[in-house]
Design a protein around this ligand. Structure first.
Ligand code: B3K
Ligand code: ZN
Length: 866
């Protein structure tokens, strides 16, 4: 990495989608031979290469920090005149159309702090290749449209690395002299090199089997460190459920004899779908009641499913180039969302998915890093694993599924998989399969892939008493984003219902297609003005502005039969009151309090839904509603309303808190919902500030038999300043100091606290003996959480900005990918007024001036400065 780190590169090169060209050379076959050792690993690669098309260009094998020790063509060694190194890549002139190339390199896994390529984690050797890590292992045309058959031999020390895993199926193994041993695996499915994986180490396995719909028995293995074995049951259940679900829902069957998952503690993101050998961040595998919250359990289930589903949406059908990333990610997120909805409460899952979209994607779409779901250019592809590619991408698939209906959507999906099995394709190929298989014209819909920015829809409902006609006037507008000033109207499918306010019912849900800039829809048969329920189920990823009164919203919060719309009405009611008080106007909280009272006593609702609905919108969501964010007033006004709701309903909160105390732990949706609501109630009780509130939290903290309640109580205490605060944090630390995943929660909870001294606390925590930048989970637990804490991060002193910038600069030297992920919060400087904006900008400039800055951080910072 010498070039990346120590030379002040000019501006990194821009890669453009329009420049895509089919590969000059194909690599149908590759045999890899690894002699593994943490200090010096030798990698021999023998590739069959075939000229693709009529040209005389040399073959270019990408490499990143590799030195060729041997280069052979058709068995004959080439000396240094027979190849060149160009920007890290090995370039070889080849006379014929088909050759065998052999290379030998040495790499050093233990000094690989970027965690891309082959690296060491906790005594394990493991790999991460997506997007461009394979070139750090061996010279190869590192692009997803080169599909090769792999055979892999690995040898290592038997004592340190008794377990040797790679993609495909194991075919042979044996012992060697000097305490070493070897294995050989082959993967019958041609795959792009980003799906290559390998793990060597001392691991224990939880095994099980799954019989596929055609009757094939698959051995399943989840490999972890010995002490973690008891925490793998939930992931195994999730895996088997995912395999069954994909057969039932999409007709997709697993295709190898083994499916392995390995959990590692140092990982740049959630997990990786390598063919037959998924590698996971341990936080998405390990769970037991004592150490994982219910949210952690759900995340394990969702990520296991996501990676498994990639076997078809990503691996069997892969991406032609990285601009098509959402082809696999958007579709796979949609599939994992559907799966989780089927496993638990669909209503609650939808609310959460929308919450994530609004918290992560909407701000991205409205800021300097906005990009289309299919981007036009990038400097560093790692920066494009974004909420836009993933979550907005999933919303596009969801809209197509909605417009087609389940049967036709399934036909489109079947056609997509059948038509493109074994190919590397584009988002356009997906849309075309939906058109051909589902019988729909998606010409205008394609704009969703091209245009960045969140569409805003203005929806005004008017009513004529004499004719009984209601008219819905819709107008769409997509704000300008970097490089895209004028937008065309897109297809926006909006589910609506008009409620009769006297009966609380409606005559059916309708799907309106807004395709023009302005459109009107008439509805007849309403003697009295109806109440509008719109974007039900969040049918389109847009912001809807309506002219509904507080009374209408209160009505919907009690009567809407679409759970998302009901939740949304309550949230809007709260947003309106909070915005009015921030603006200094009179704001009547009574409708909110009454709506919460009604919701709490509605026995037909499940507890998780109640918990979501009665929670005030987050401070950052409120910030997103303002032209210039004022973190301090938002916090003050929100806390005041929270205290009011808390006090006026104190008896109700206490009743809920005791009603939801369970006798024994269960993971049923009802039990999880009860715990969620119990934590919500505890937070409100503490907001009322009665004398015994902190004690009640401390009691819950001490008595809980599960992490959800323990951590819920800890968060409540960490936000306050009671004497129980320090006590609880100390107990928690001492109890879990040896469990990295729980210790992350200890860091994160303090970084998320909305206290005046949070910045100082974070500084202290950064110097704590258990803090390290080398572990991405730990770095994110502290700095990622802190940057998401609007009140703490935007402290008027500007200290929060300096702190984050220092962390980015330091982390960039170790791990550019993870460092670059911390940049966007500073990039939102335009939204925070002159003084804060100037301080944030200054920190961005300071980062950009740091010597040897990576391409990753350079791209994010320079785009943020705009
Ligand atoms: N495909 C991987 C993400 C890889 C990120 C590379 N920077 C995990 C996933 O989305 O399933
Ligand atoms: Zn994915």
């Amino acid at each position: 990495m010498a070039d990346k780190q120590h030379m002040q590169a000019p501006s990194p090169a821009v890669i453009r989608r329009a420049d895509y060209r089919a590969p000059d050379w194909l690599v149908p076959q590759i045999a890899l031979d690894f002699s593994l050792d943490p200090a010096v690993t030798r990698v021999r690669a023998i590739m069959t290469v075939v000229r693709n098309g009529d040209h005389q260009r040399p073959i270019k094998l990408d490499g990143d920090a590799l030195v060729p020790l041997v280069v052979k063509v058709d068995g004959v060694e080439r000396n240094q005149d027979g190849w060149t190194l160009q920007a890290g890549a090995l370039v070889i002139d080849l006379p014929g159309d088909r050759h065998e190339i052999e290379t030998l390199v040495e790499i050093c896994p233990k000094s690989n702090t970027q965690l891309m390529g082959l690296y060491a984690s906790d005594g394990l050797l493991c790999t991460q290749c997506e997007a461009e890590g394979f070139r750090r292992i061996t010279f190869f045309p590192d692009r997803p449209d080169i599909l090769s058959r792999y055979s892999v031999r690995m040898e290592a020390d038997r004592k340190d690395c008794p377990v040797l895993l790679t993609n495909g199926d194991p075919v042979a193994s044996g012992d060697l002299e000097g305490g070493r041993h070897w294995v050989k695996w082959t993967d019958p499915y041609p795959k792009p090199c980003y799906l290559f994986a390998m793990v060597a180490g001392n691991l224990q396995v939880n095994t099980d089997t799954f019989t596929t719909m055609s009757g094939r028995k698959v051995s399943l293995g989840i490999w972890v460190r010995e002490e973690d074995l008891p925490r793998t049951g939930h992931a195994m259940t999730a895996l088997k459920n995912s395999m069954a679900w994909d057969e039932k829902t999409y007709g997709r069957e697993y295709d190898l004899d083994v499916f392995n998952i390995v959990a590692v503690s140092d990982f740049n993101f959630g997990a990786m779908e390598n063919k037959g050998l998924n590698i996971f961040n341990s936080r998405y595998i390990l769970a037991d009641p004592e150490t994982a919250t219910d949210a952690d359990y759900d995340a394990v289930e969702g990520v296991v499913a996501h990676e498994y589903f990639h076997n078809w949406s990503g691996n069997r059908v892969t991406c032609r180039d990285w601009f098509q990333l959402s082809l696999k990610e958007g579709f796979t997120v949609f599939r994992d969302q559907q799966f989780s909805a089927d496993m638990g409460s669909a209503a609650v899952k939808r609310i959460e998915d929308v919450r994530v979209l609004r918290a992560a994607q909407f701000p991205e779409d409205g800021g300097p890093l906005a990009h289309p779901v299919r981007p036009e250019s990038y400097m560093e592809i790692s920066n494009f694993y974004t909420a836009t590619i993933y979550n907005k991408g999933a919303e596009l698939i969801r809209m197509m599924a909605l417009m087609l209906g389940p049967e036709r959507f399934r036909k489109g999906a079947d056609l997509y998989f059948d038509r493109h099995d074994g190919q590397a394709v584009t988002c356009e190929d997906f849309v075309r399969a939906m058109e051909d298989g589902g019988g729909i014209d998606l010409s205008q819909f394609r704009l969703w892939y091209e245009q960045a920015g969140t569409p805003r829809v203005k929806a005004l409902l008017s009513h004529d008493v004499t004719t009984g006609q209601a008219t819905l006037s819709l107008e769409q507008n997509i704000p300008p984003t970097p490089g895209q000033t004028n937008k065309k109207p897109v297809t926006i499918p909006l589910r609506v219902a008009l409620f009769d306010s006297t009966t609380g019912t409606h005559q059916g849900d309708e799907l309106l297609m807004l395709t023009q800039e302005k459109q009107q829809f008439d509805f007849n048969g309403f003697p009295a003005p109806p109440v509008l329920s719109i974007n039900r189920g969040f049918s389109a990823p847009v912001i809807v502005d309506t002219n509904r009164s507080q009374k209408d919203l209160a009505f919907l919060s009690a009567h809407d039969d679409d759970p998302f719309a009901r939740y949304e009405a309550m949230q809007q009611l709260m947003v309106n009151v909070l915005m009015a008080s921030i603006a200094g106007g009179a704001a009547d909280a009574t409708p909110i309090i009454e709506a919460i009272r009604r919701t709490l006593s509605d026995t037909g609702l499940d507890d998780a839904f109640i918990a979501d609905t009665v929670t005030l919108p987050s401070e950052s969501y409120l910030g997103d509603q303002m032209n210039i964010v004022d973190p301090q007033s938002i916090h003050a006004v929100r806390e005041k309303l929270r205290a009011k709701i808390a006090r006026r309903l104190e008896k109700e909160w206490r009743d809920v808190h005791s009603r939801t105390s369970a006798n024994s732990f269960s993971l049923s949706p009802a039990a999880k919902g009860a715990r969620r609501l119990r934590n919500t109630a505890l937070a409100y009780i503490n907001a009322a500030d009665s004398a015994d509130a902190a004690k009640l939290a401390f009691t819950q903290f001490k008595q809980a038999d599960n992490m959800t309640e323990q951590h819920g109580a800890l968060s409540v205490l960490a936000n306050g300043s009671s004497s129980e605060r320090i006590a609880a944090l100390d107990i928690f630390y001492n109890r879990y100091r040896d469990n990295a995943l729980v210790l992350d929660k200890w860091f994160q909870t303090q970084a998320l606290a909305t206290r005046n001294d949070t910045v100082e606390q974070v500084m202290e925590l950064a110097a704590h003996r258990d803090f390290t930048l080398a572990n991405p989970n730990r770095a994110r637990a502290l700095y990622g959480a802190f940057a998401a804490n609007q009140f703490g991060f935007h402290h008027h002193s500007g200290k929060g900005y300096t702190l984050l910038a220092d962390a980015i600069i330091a982390l960039d030297r170790l791990n550019p990918q993870t460092a670059a992920r911390l940049v966007p919060p500073l990039g939102r400087w335009r939204r925070f007024g002159e003084q804060r904006g100037a301080a944030m900008r200054a920190e961005l400039q300071r980062i950009l001036a740091a010597p040897g800055l990576s391409k990753d951080v350079t791209e994010q910072v320079s785009k943020s400065l705009g």
